[in-house]
Design a protein around this ligand. Structure first.
Ligand code: ADP
Length: 228
């Protein structure tokens, strides 16, 4: 597989690019960056705090509005993505998703896979071409990075090949997710019925904050590709 730089590796999966980079997700020039949010949707530590700082206060205002007007004040559920604008970020959108808390949430493997898959599905339904993920759940949420890297990359590769598990991606669920993300109901229904796969997504990027995490993800990517 071609290695562009020692900390930038990209592979072709079913005609689309899967790229691993070491860097800061707030600096990525993509259609959407994913935020490893918490259930309040109101910001926090780690990558969540960094994204809110870089996007500016308008991001928190939109998150508060969604919490009140769309979620009726309730917490967002684990693995259910919510899309907002990107404000001062280079990325036009932020997809907020809560990963599992390891040692607390049951079935963290299924929840982590669903978090990645649902974000990709939402991005495809919204017609986005490039999406960047951080390493969800491997900071404050305590999951092992080796374990998480295999699930993250296995799920992304399956999705890009169009062979992702359809769980949680029924038309109704998809329409609800898009509605929550602020699109109109009719548009949500159209989008939900027109895409059930990678759609127009041309690049998925995993952005690893540390060299150590980058190395773990690079090893996991080789393993995932060798197994499939
Ligand atoms: P979680 O609560 O889902 O565990 P955290 O934000 O605590 O989320 O950590 C998730 C990952 O995000 C960690 O690997 C952490 O190193 C990484 N991270 C923190 N800041 C950034 C950033 N600016 N860009 C990319 N990744 C980041």
């Amino acid at each position: 597989m071609p290695e562009v730089r020692c900390n930038d590796m990209q592979v072709n999966v079913a005609g689309r690019t899967l790229r691993l980079v070491q860097g800061d997700i707030t600096e990525q020039d993509v259609d959407a960056i994913v935020n490893a949010a918490n259930k309040t949707l109101l910001g926090g530590s780690g990558v969540d705090g960094a994204i809110h700082r870089a996007a500016g206060p308008e991001l928190l205002t939109e998150c508060k509005r969604i919490r009140q007007e769309v979620l009726g004040g309730a917490y967002v559920q684990t693995a259910q993505p919510v899309m907002t604008n990107g404000y001062r970020l280079k990325a036009r959108h932020v997809i907020h998703v809560v990963g599992p808390i390891c040692g607390i949430d049951p079935n963290p493997d299924r929840l982590l896979a669903a978090a990645y898959r649902n974000c990709l599905q939402l991005a495809a339904e919204a017609g986005l071409k490039s999406v960047a993920f951080p390493s969800i759940s491997t900071g404050a949420f305590g999951c092992d990075v080796r374990w998480a890297s295999r699930i993250a990359l296995g799920t992304i590769v399956d999705f890009l090949r169009g062979s992702g598990d359809a769980a949680g991606a029924s038309e109704k669920d998809a329409a609800e997710r898009i509605e929550r993300a602020g699109m109109g109901e009719a548009k949500a229904r159209d989008a939900a019925t027109s895409h059930h796969g990678p759609g127009g997504i041309a690049e998925v990027r995993m952005v690893l904050f540390t060299r150590a995490d980058y190395d773990v993800y690079a090893e996991a990517l080789r393993a995932v590709l060798a197994e499939s």
